[in-house]
Design a protein around this ligand. Structure first.
Ligand SMILES: [Zn+2]
Length: 657
């Protein structure tokens, strides 16, 4: 198994062939020294970039015309002298030199146009991995891993769209697929990618059996099915570069259920990649790196080397400040795994694999209320969790429904909403177990919730609007926890009142929230998770959490930390050491200060944060790390109670059991 270093740099180097002075100022000693001084212990450097330029002495590809030295070779050698690991980067589907010289290698869309940058547009052109281009990349890979002592290979942009080039159409037909059917084209593109990954992985393993192998740009919900092709995961997620601050925790909670080793990859840039002349704040970089540790991952910071080959001192001062702190925390993070008692079961693999709005709502609700949770797809082992949360939609394929039934029969708990487990024909797959059936959607554009005592904790005592139709619930052997109030009328040009939806006109007996007779299943008839992502109405979160507490009354961690703080649990189990639990407390609050970018300017100081941790037994000691300050605690009924005097952005608390 590959064990990754904690403090990595992903050093971009996409350098146009028009730039005349490549590596003119490169000094291998200064390069490696700068990294070492910034506490970096792994750097991913470039063999070939998106321009298609190679940065080593190549007989296969095109060496950058202005490069007068073997930059890759010198980087590898210098870094190894300083004990820094060096994986290499190979751009796969984006290679503008190859695209311009071999148009027959390009990906073609349904209209017969080349995919990617148009003739008069700056940008990248997409190459088809079903053409001889794949052989070109394989030969480059072989040249690099044979000639250089590389510690890993990072293949970037391993992405094949549905391609309709002559060769793809011909090969689809030969396999009995119909190129006109987009689903067949998608399936074929997936096969092409898998064939490519298998081919280059074999080459890397032949020459460098210990090397790490990563294929970037493929991480989606559902990628768990490709686990065999990766030694680890790297979650490319630049919070200010379009990914936002929720993408990383969502995918980290997914990835960690499949891959033991993973990186959170952010960047030093203010916005996104190649934002030359910018730095993010120390608080933002700290937050992003500590968040990776807090979820059981390791850190990678993206940078781009100036064409002249000199690392920017200010960049490495910033990274050094954060990585020095990461280094101090590592003994509590090595081999640590994330602990989760519940999971969000997402339907995203049946859509485009990205976080859906419903997933987003569920993730926010559980993070804001400090639940310990994973994100899983339908291929996961459900039995690892005390409860599953299934937000709004889930295509009930027969295999998953069988697995879910077995899980529920063994005592598993389920909270789901709206159309989850309802198939395209409108059949609800769990009617017998749940004790109710679902009969399509109501005709209202808004409805009101009348909440019973069982869910009323913390919910203001009034009716609460939901701006979406509910599923109509037919109760058999289940109890209603909330009922629906109906408005005067839907808002149309003929019937409307005031500025928005009309007020409630009448109370009905129709159930809005239902619990099965055995208590193990709770159902919400409205898509509350999507609506929480859209509107942020806290009552929706409170109702879901109240329902979840009915299912899991004795949760692992309770805290009075504020909703913007993160509280996560990791665990180290070592043969030669006592097991220990680590509580990570993060207090940073990204604030939207432009139309699209959230800024973290400073850490937030929290005082006297109370925590109740269900450790089961009395810890031998509890202390703050890395300070090693002992922390007083009390233990009763399986729960360890403690109070953290101060959290200045980030604080680790260790419980030795
Ligand atoms: Zn093609």
């Amino acid at each position: 198994m590959v064990v990754l270093p904690f403090r990595q740099i992903h050093l971009d180097f996409h350098t146009s062939p028009l730039i005349p002075d490549v590596a003119a100022d490169f000094d291998p000693e200064d390069f490696a020294r700068t990294l070492k001084d910034a506490f970096v212990n792994s750097v991913t450097v470039f063999a070939k970039c998106h321009h298609g330029m190679s940065y080593y002495d190549t007989k296969v590809g095109i060496k950058h015309p202005a490069l007068k030295r073997d930059l890759l070779g010198e980087m590898v050698e210098a870094c190894h002298r300083y004990g820094i690991r060096v994986p290499v980067y190979i751009s796969v589907v984006w290679d503008n030199w190859a695209a311009e010289h071999h148009p027959e290698w390009r990906q073609v869309n349904r209209e017969g146009k080349f995919i990617g940058a148009e003739p008069f547009q700056a940008g990248w052109k997409w190459l088809c991995l079903n053409t001889d281009y794949a052989g070109y990349v394989a030969a480059q890979t072989e040249e690099v891993v044979r000639n250089y002592e590389v510690d890993g290979v990072f293949f970037d942009i391993v992405m094949q769209w549905e391609c309709y080039c002559e060769k793809c159409r011909r090969d689809m037909m030969a396999q009995g697929l119909n190129p006109e059917n987009p689903e067949h084209a998608r399936r074929f593109a997936q096969q092409v990618c898998e064939r490519f990954m298998r081919r280059v992985n074999e080459i890397v393993k032949r020459y460098r059996p210990q090397a790490s192998i990563y294929h970037n740009s493929r991480l989606r919900i559902g990628t768990s099915r490709e686990a065999q092709f990766y030694t680890h995961q790297e979650i490319e997620s630049l919070p200010t570069g379009g990914w936002g601050y929720l993408h990383f925790p969502f995918f980290a909670r997914y990835v960690r259920t499949v891959w033991k080793e993973f990186l959170g990859m952010t960047a030093r840039f203010h916005r996104s990649w190649a934002d030359f002349g910018t730095l993010k704040t120390e608080a933002a970089l700290s937050y992003e790196c500590f968040h990776a540790l807090a979820l059981g991952g390791k850190c990678s910071v993206g940078d781009q080397l100036h064409p002249r080959g000199k690392l920017d001192k200010a960049v490495y001062e910033l990274i050094g400040k954060v990585y020095r702190r990461v280094a101090e925390l590592e003994e509590w993070c090595e081999g640590a795994e994330g602990v989760a008692e519940i999971a969000i079961l997402t339907n995203a693999d049946m859509e485009d694999g990205r976080m859906t709005e419903s997933d987003e709502g569920a993730t926010r609700m559980l993070m804001e209320t400090h639940w310990q949770f994973d994100v899983i797809d339908r291929y996961a082992d459900f039995n690892r969790y005390r409860a599953l949360v299934v937000p709004d939609r889930f295509v009930p394929d027969p295999q998953t429904v069988r697995k879910l039934r077995a899980y529920l029969q063994k005592g598993g708990k389920l909270l789901f909403s709206h159309r989850a487990f309802v198939d395209a024909q409108g059949n609800f797959a769990l009617a017998d177990l749940a004790g109710f059936n679902l009969k399509g959607e109501s005709s209202w554009d808004c409805e009101y919730l009348l909440v019973s005592k069982a869910l009323a904790d913390g919910v203001p005592d009034t009716t609460h609007v939901v701006n979406a139709p509910s599923m109509v619930v037919e109760l058999r052997n289940a109890k209603s926890l909330a009922t629906i109030g109906e408005p005067y009328f839907n808002r149309t040009w003929q019937h409307f009142t005031s500025h928005r939806h009309s007020p409630m006109a009448k109370v009905t007996r129709r159930p809005a929230i239902v619990q099965s007779a055995d208590g193990r299943i709770v159902y919400f008839a409205h898509p509350l998770f999507r609506l929480y992502a859209q509107h942020g109405y806290l009552v929706y979160r409170q109702l879901v959490i109240n329902a979840l507490r009915l299912l899991v009354p004795d949760r692992l961690v309770e805290t009075d930390a504020p909703s913007f703080a993160h509280v996560t649990l990791t665990r180290q189990n070592s043969r030669n050491r006592k097991a220990r639990w680590m509580l990570h407390l993060l207090a940073y609050a990204p604030i939207r200060r432009t139309r699209t970018i959230d800024i973290v300017e400073e850490p937030i100081v929290l005082r006297d944060v109370s925590l109740q941790v269900r450790t089961g037994k009395r810890p031998q000691q509890v202390y703050l790390a890395p300070q090693r300050t002992p922390l007083p605690f009390e233990f009763s009924d399986g729960v360890t109670n403690l109070k953290v005097p101060e959290v200045n952005g980030y604080q680790l608390v260790v419980l030795e059991l």
